[in-house]
Design a protein around this ligand. Structure first.
Ligand code: HEM
Length: 268
């Protein structure tokens, strides 16, 4: 986003390493990020000013956002540009890495799924990715929505002003929506109409749906297909990995390992 050579990139990375990634339990990372936000924004502002002073020097996200013009020829406000960069910095990478870790763990437990992936049917790879995100949606809930008017939900009156955060983790495990919900069965996504958006929503929905809802599954599929092309993945323990908090995400425990081809061991 900031280009490999940007000094701001190294300084922002240092802030993440020293202050934010040190403790990823529950909401601690979020609190640390809120505190570090002014310092990060100041660095981004300096980088943005540098792009404006020398627009030919870089071709990166910041430069492109700085170069955008609306229909009237007006540039974006600095605050909007910095907000976009900040949003992508905190939303994109970790969620994909965590989803890929869950995917590799599931593959390691299901040799038959690895074999089918190697056979290369694209809709099967897509179904595997969907099933991984059904059981491990990475985020336990979508973003909260504050009600502007009262609503009735299943006979309960919920007042205006209340914030609702639908929990995809629980909905995806409902037996009335998914047969044998705790079993890993990619086939459930094949040869049927898509599940209702209220039943399956790993990327949330409507106006605030995940911006990476197309890119992220493509990346996870590439990781899965790259891994099975390298060799056979095997779990090193029968039990499933413990679920740990990774900031706001639900990740497999780092103490859990999978083996690739009996010679390379990778922690997920
Ligand atoms: C497997 C990986 C990912 C998962 C499971 C995931 C999931 C989600 C979920 C559940 C939300 C909340 C949506 C809602 O409240 O309706 C969200 C928001 C968001 N995601 Fe992702 N995400 C992933 C990867 C990405 C990537 C790669 C990007 C960027 C390219 C991204 C950018 C965003 C942004 C910008 C938002 C906020 C949208 C808004 O509030 O308007 N996400 N994501």
């Amino acid at each position: 986003m900031l280009g490999e050579s940007a000094a701001a990139r190294a300084q922002i990375l240092a802030i993440f390493e020293d202050r934010i990634w040190r403790d990823l339990r529950a909401w601690k990372a979020w609190t640390a990020l809120s505190r570090a936000r002014p310092a990060i924004l100041a660095l981004l502002q300096a980088a943005l000013d540098a792009r404006r002073a020398d627009p030919d020097a870089h071709d990166d996200l910041l430069a492109r956002l700085a170069g955008l013009r609306d229909a009237d020829g007006a540039a974006l406000d600095d605050a909007v540009i910095l907000d976009q960069v900040m949003m992508l910095t905190i939303t994109a990478g970790d969620a994909v890495a965590v989803a890929a870790a869950w995917a590799l763990d599931r593959l390691a437990r299901h040799g038959e799924v690895q074999a089918q992936l190697r056979a290369g049917a694209p809709d099967y790879a897509e179904a595997v990715c969907r099933e991984v995100l059904r059981l491990h949606p990475v985020l336990p809930t979508i973003s909260g929505r504050r009600l502007t008017a009262p609503v009735d939900i299943l006979g309960h009156r919920v007042a205006a002003g209340v914030t609702l955060a639908p929990c995809e983790y629980l909905v995806h495990r409902r037996a009335d929506l998914f047969e044998a919900p705790l079993e890993f069965r990619p086939e459930r996504f094949l040869g049927r109409r898509p599940y209702a958006p209220s039943a399956y929503f790993p990327f949330g929905g409507r106006e605030r749906a995940c911006l990476g809802g197309v890119l992220a599954p493509m990346t996870v599929r590439a990781v899965m297909q790259g891994a099975v092309a390298l060799g056979r993945l095997e779990a090193t323990a029968d039990r499933e990995p413990a679920v740990v908090r990774h900031g706001t995400l639900l990740a497999p425990s780092e103490s859990h390992a999978i083996r690739l081809n009996r010679c390379v061991t990778a922690h997920v």
